[in-house]
Ligand binder design. Sequence first.
Ligand SMILES: C[S@@+](CC[C@H](N)C(=O)[O-])C[C@H]1O[C@@H](n2cnc3c(N)ncnc32)[C@H](O)[C@@H]1O
Length: 211
Amino acid sequence: MRLSEATGRIRALYPWSGFDCRPLMLPDEEPNYADKQSEAFAVGYMGFKYTVARVLAPERICEIGVCTGVAALAFLAACPSAFYLGIDALTEDRYRKTAMVERTGRRLAERGYHHLIRIGDSQAMDGLPDGPFDLIHVDGDHSRAGAAHDVRLAWEALAPGGFILVDDARDSAVAAGTFDALDGLHPGDTAFAYFEDTWRGNLLVSKERLL
Ligand SMILES: C[S@@+](CC[C@H](N)C(=O)[O-])C[C@H]1O[C@@H](n2cnc3c(N)ncnc32)[C@H](O)[C@@H]1O
């Protein structure tokens, strides 16, 4: 699917997706729990991620940054037969993060989703395992150099016609890192869309040539 077609369909559909996994969130586990109980988060993060997968219909999904699995649940609710690989380094509070990521794995298993969660630091990887992928969600290290590294990994692991979705793109470090990577990989020619009205902003990137 062309980026322009995908973008138009996602913009039109995501406010109405109805996907909402807020009841699964645990108050003492979910980072920024109160903010994420909002309608803005339900529509702009959960509904948006669900709709991206629904429109793109990926068969193989990779996510860098699993955490409590909100995006994983959204992607797989939209594409229940897809394979999902999640990668998480368990940064910050390792003990707490381990419990979160393990719970995510149990939730995916309970729903019968075909998935694999690998504990590892994407910044130490020189390639994503188990590729190629049709959709890669970059939501790990939010530093400029970290985002650039993860977008480069994603680009190399992308199947023909695949898409990279970069979360938190309203963060200028993430946006700058994304374009650092794209400029290095494909100077002078890039295909991306920015969803400015989503939760924290999202960039959708494809490998298609514009020129
Ligand atoms: C913002 S959270 C991801 C939220 C998740 N996508 C969701 O929908 O619930 C960021 C996650 O990225 C992980 N992370 C940070 N740096 C990483 C790295 N270098 N490699 C892999 N995971 C990383 C953190 O441990 C954390 O769980």
